[in-house]
Design a protein around this ligand. Structure first.
Ligand SMILES: Cc1cc2nc3c(=O)[nH]c(=O)nc-3n(C[C@H](O)[C@H](O)[C@H](O)COP(=O)(O)OP(=O)(O)OC[C@H]3O[C@@H](n4cnc5c(N)ncnc54)[C@H](O)[C@@H]3O)c2cc1C
Ligand code: SF4
Length: 488
């Protein structure tokens, strides 16, 4: 701890956001970075706690007090080494992680937490700007070949770890570009796609091979049986792509779409790529987004940038409280209402609403019918939603985006043919080494956890790489998220 009184003297400072009127006219990232001196000042707020709860909150167990100390002292290169020891892609998490580390920072018991995410992104961005980050191909190859199916953050982290351990890795993806939800889900205003491409280029230079436009398990594409024969191990990092649908009257009307179809189209347009199917656009429309999570919020920001007349986002749950309730104490993740950058930009948020039907004419959506709902508990204590009598409503709308979450990995094709053990929640079961019930086949990321966070996908990918390496070599050589040490 470099400055004992830093946390008393210095207030937290966040990276300032560009004004709303400016950012609604472009797709660029929202924050202006803090200056180097300001980041160093923020790092002095760290108390170097005896028990650093920030570690416990961070899924990759970043060694936060140590890099804070290095930043304070201006030893940025050492800070970078500490950061990269636990996190393959701090340039992603430093931009889009909701920062569970900050929620569990000891300062946040009665103060604003250390600006850990801001410090993290400043370290890695400086690392790139200074040219410190270079491809690190392995010195020796093991002669083992691994297929990673799915190029999202879990697949990328797994591939990078395995490649550095000397295995020859090929990453397969059904999409035409690598990155999973980082490329075609998360909008550019949250993370510039150049940040992703820079990392993919590094990985390619390190020797990782990519086989895109390859839908494993689909007719005319490689089957799981083929890959298992050709590779020494296979890792499934296929995400949780099955969207939760609304099976209600009018679902097939033109104008009712899944959120992911909508977001993918806009990300492709920004990349100058053609879109699949007819354009889904919000310009001049009243848009209704059904679902209140990250995906819904990204649809809101996208609709506003596309020039929607009005955007209403609702969910069936009541709003979260503004302060931690007693049953949700520090250092747990706070179940409180948090405004996203999109919420600051416009739109109307509504709660306790359910959708009953979509209506229209000539096959086109014109309105939505819904009802207000409330929570009640039955005699066994189980929670249900029930309709509030006489609370029906109608919204005239030309575009509905269904953002009601994801039910797990897609079963059709790959999983059907492999038939691994699944959990009751519909995710792939794995043992502690991330091996599925099928010998030599591993799984990591959203297909194991359910739709989650980029930082969890990285943690899972690292753990799967360790499991695969142990399976192939009989030794524990790669770090775990828990020990962060390389055992021999
Ligand atoms: C709209 C949206 C916004 C989000 N925003 C955030 C955020 O701000 N911060 C955050 O931390 N998290 C966010 N998340 C969650 C985060 O993106 C995911 O948790 C994370 O991407 C999961 O990584 P993954 O590698 O497990 O899966 P994915 O990123 O889903 O990647 C899976 C990949 O597997 C490929 N694939 C699937 N099946 C096959 C097959 N049979 N053959 C070949 N390829 C296949 C897919 O094409 C895809 O590229 C968001 C999610 C969504 C949907
Ligand atoms: S919990 Fe907060 S104050 Fe304590 S070491 Fe971690 S970042 Fe620093």
């Amino acid at each position: 701890m470099a400055k004992h009184t830093g946390f008393i003297e210095i207030r937290r400072k966040n990276a300032p956001y560009r004004p709303v009127h400016e950012r609604l006219n472009d797709w660029l990232e929202i924050p202006h970075p803090l200056k180097e001196g300001e980041v160093q000042e923020q790092a002095t707020r760290c108390m170097d706690c005896g028990i650093p709860f920030c570690h416990q909150g961070c899924p990759v167990h970043n060694i936060i007090p140590d890099f804070n100390d290095m930043v304070y002292e201006g030893r940025w290169h050492e800070a970078l080494d500490i950061l990269l020891a636990t996190n393959n892609f701090p340039e992603f998490t430093g931009r889009i992680c909701p920062a569970p580390c900050e929620a569990s920072c000891v300062l946040s018991i009665n103060e604003e937490p250390v600006a850990i995410k801001q410090i993290e992104v400043s370290i890695i961005d400086k690392g790139f700007a200074e040219g410190w980050i270079k491809p690190k191909p392995p010195e020796k190859r093991t002669g083992k070949k691994v297929a990673v199916i799915g190029s999202g953050p879990a697949g990328m982290a797994c591939a990078e770890q395995l490649n550095r351990a000397g295995h020859l890795v090929t990453v397969f993806d059904k999409a035409d570009k690598a990155g999973g939800l980082l490329i075609y889900g998360i909008p550019d205003f949250k993370m510039d796609k150049a940040v992703l491409q820079r990392r993919l280029d590094l990985m390619t230079a390190e020797g990782i091979q990519w086989q895109l436009n390859t839908h494993v398990g689909a007719p005319g594409h490689p089957s799981m049986a083929q890959l298992r024969q050709e590779y020494d191990a296979v890792v499934l990092t296929t995400g949780a792509e099955q969207p939760r649908d609304l099976n209600i009257p009018g679902r097939d009307l033109d104008g009712v779409h899944y959120a992911m179809d909508y977001l993918t189209q806009q990300n492709r347009r920004n990349l100058g790529l053609p879109v699949d199917g007819p354009d889904i656009l919000a310009r001049g429309k009243t848009v209704v987004i059904i679902g209140g999570g990250d995906t819904g919020s990204d649809c809101l920001g996208t609709s506003l940038r596309q020039g929607a007349v009005e955007v209403i986002q609702y969910e069936h749950k009541p709003p979260l409280p503004s302060k931690r309730p007693e049953y949700n104490p520090w250092p747990e993740w706070p179940m409180v209402f948090q405004k996203s950058t999109s919420h600051e930009e416009g739109g109307r948020l509504e709660y306790s609403m359910a959708t009953k039907a979509f209506e229209g004419s000539n096959g086109k959506l014109e309105r939505l019918r819904g009802v207000r709902v409330e929570i009640y508990f039955d005699e066994t204590g189980q929670r249900f939603f029930r309709e509030i009598p006489d609370s029906e409503f109608t919204i005239e709308t030309q575009l509905v985006l269904i953002s009601a979450g994801f039910t797990g990995p897609v079963r059709q094709g790959l999983l059907e043919s492999l038939n691994p053990r699944m959990t009751r929640r519909g995710s792939i079961w794995t043992n502690q080494d991330k091996m599925t019930s099928v010998e030599g086949v591993f799984a990591a990321g959203d297909n194991v956890r359910g739709q989650s966070l980029v930082v969890w996908a990285i943690a899972e990918g690292r753990d799967a790489a360790r499991g695969v390496d142990k399976y192939l070599t009989g030794k524990v050589r790669l770090p775990t998220a828990f020990s962060d040490q390389v055992a021999s």
